[in-house]
Design a protein around this ligand. Structure first.
Ligand SMILES: [Zn+2]
Length: 419
């Protein structure tokens, strides 16, 4: 059933909370400027610590319980083809009224793609409504929208009808490998999920999302002088090239499945048969069952080439974001959010995307969710990243309406479809 503002109890108090968000518009913009200046690249643990302190301070007025969760170490494959351990930051978990019988999980991330030594570190105004800066859209701006919506909602008489939880991860931009078990666990404890990736600049939200996996493939052969003992060598670059051809040929093997060999390296000099070659590749897939299809084929390719005399092939990585298919409950939630937008005169459309985010993880754990409830913006992951600042109050109101709809029982059809 579409959301109707007029069916809310205590309408005047709800309207007052929404109006208060207009009054906080400038404060939200000032906050994103401050937060954008704090580098919090996924590998900058000191920067993530700084963001953690800032976020805890900002959320403190909500009076939530706080839990800081150290993520386990991760692994990366170095340029030399060696598996190395990397440290992850802490996830921030804030929760209030966990005993309530309607529960919403808010997720987001404090990390950005911009490393501490990247040139892009400062916000700059492009025009009166457009702020360029690291994380202004993805997603420091989104966390600010989330925070302000929660503040507005907590000011209404409906607040005690909902238990909410905020989960902010420090590793989303590296694929949420460390926080994935936590996302799944908290998703299972909630009824609906709201995630604060940016909407498109025109306000369009993401619907279905492809799944994604990142891999490193390392071939080791045998070095030899290219002139004197060529046939003693085992050329890892040639072997890797053959494997890349086979991987690439998996594109289209399932509808919309793509394989992107992206980074290659190997060899030391033209007169040396190379003994190591490395390829990093990404796969995107549309249907959950495509994962098993793809993994079986990659495993077969690796196993077959590993049997070649003098070569070894190591595959590292996996599918870290399952495809986000839209369940009936998810479609109902999307409809309800569209009607929340309509109630405030904002049209909401959804488009499927090849990109992926924490919303994939939540959906895989059975949680209906909409994952682009942050600011309007664009060109994320580049030094052109921007936010349309008039979207702060607008999107905070949208999320407040979603919470009011949920609290007043107007989303109970989503819960029924999920059950
Ligand atoms: Zn993001």
């Amino acid at each position: 059933m579409p959301f109707e503002f007029d069916r809310l109890p205590e309408k005047e108090a709800c309207q007052a909370a929404l109006d208060a968000l207009d009054a906080r518009q400038q404060q939200m913009v000032d906050t994103v400027i401050t937060w954008s200046k704090v580098n919090s690249g996924s590998r900058n643990l000191a920067g993530l610590d700084a963001m953690e302190a800032i976020v805890l301070d900002a959320f403190a007025p909500l009076g939530a319980e706080v839990e800081l969760i150290q993520l386990p170490d991760g692994e990366i494959v170095s340029a030399a083809g060696e598996v190395e351990v990397v440290k992850n930051g802490r996830a921030i978990r804030l929760f209030k009224r966990p005993e309530a019988n309607r529960r919403v999980l808010f997720t987001g991330h404090t990390d950005t793609v911009f490393a501490v030594d990247h040139a892009f570190q400062q916000p700059v105004w492009l025009d009166d409504n457009t702020l360029n800066g690291p994380g202004v859209a993805d997603m420091k701006g989104g966390i600010i929208v989330m925070l302000n919506a929660l503040q507005a909602f907590e000011e209404t008489p409906l607040a005690d009808k909902i238990g909410w939880e905020v989960l902010l991860s420090p590793d989303e931009e590296t694929g949420s490998l460390g926080s994935a078990p936590l996302l799944a666990d908290r998703a299972r404890a909630a009824d609906i999920g709201l995630t604060y990736e940016p909407a498109l600049a025109d306000g369009t939200l993401a619907g279905a999302r492809k799944g994604s996996g990142n891999y490193a493939l390392v071939v080791r052969g045998k070095a030899a002088h290219a002139g004197r003992e060529f046939f003693e060598g085992r050329n890892a670059v040639v072997k890797l090239s053959a494997i890349i051809g086979e991987l690439s040929a998996l594109t289209g093997g399932r509808p919309e499945l793509t394989v992107n060999p992206a980074v290659i390296s190997g060899g030391v000099a033209p007169n040396v048969v190379p003994d190591m070659a490395l390829c990093r590749f990404n796969v995107r897939l549309k249907e959950p069952e495509d994962a098993a299809w793809f993994e079986a084929r990659v495993d077969e390719i690796v196993a077959r080439h590993s049997e070649d005399d003098g070569f070894s092939v190591m595959l590292h990585g996996g599918i870290n974001r399952p495809p986000k298919a839209l369940s009936d409950a998810n479609l109902l939630l999307m409809d309800a959010i569209r009607s929340c937008g309509a109630a405030m005169g904002v049209g909401i459309d959804y488009v499927p995307t090849g990109g992926c985010c924490e919303g994939n993880n939540l959906a895989a754990a059975g949680l209906p969710n909409v994952d682009t409830l942050g600011v309007r913006g664009g060109l994320i992951h580049s030094d052109k990243e921007f936010v349309c600042v008039d979207s702060f109050a607008e999107r905070a109101k949208l999320s407040t309406l979603i919470l009011l709809a949920f609290a007043s029982g107007q989303l109970d059809d989503v819960l029924a479809a999920k059950a």
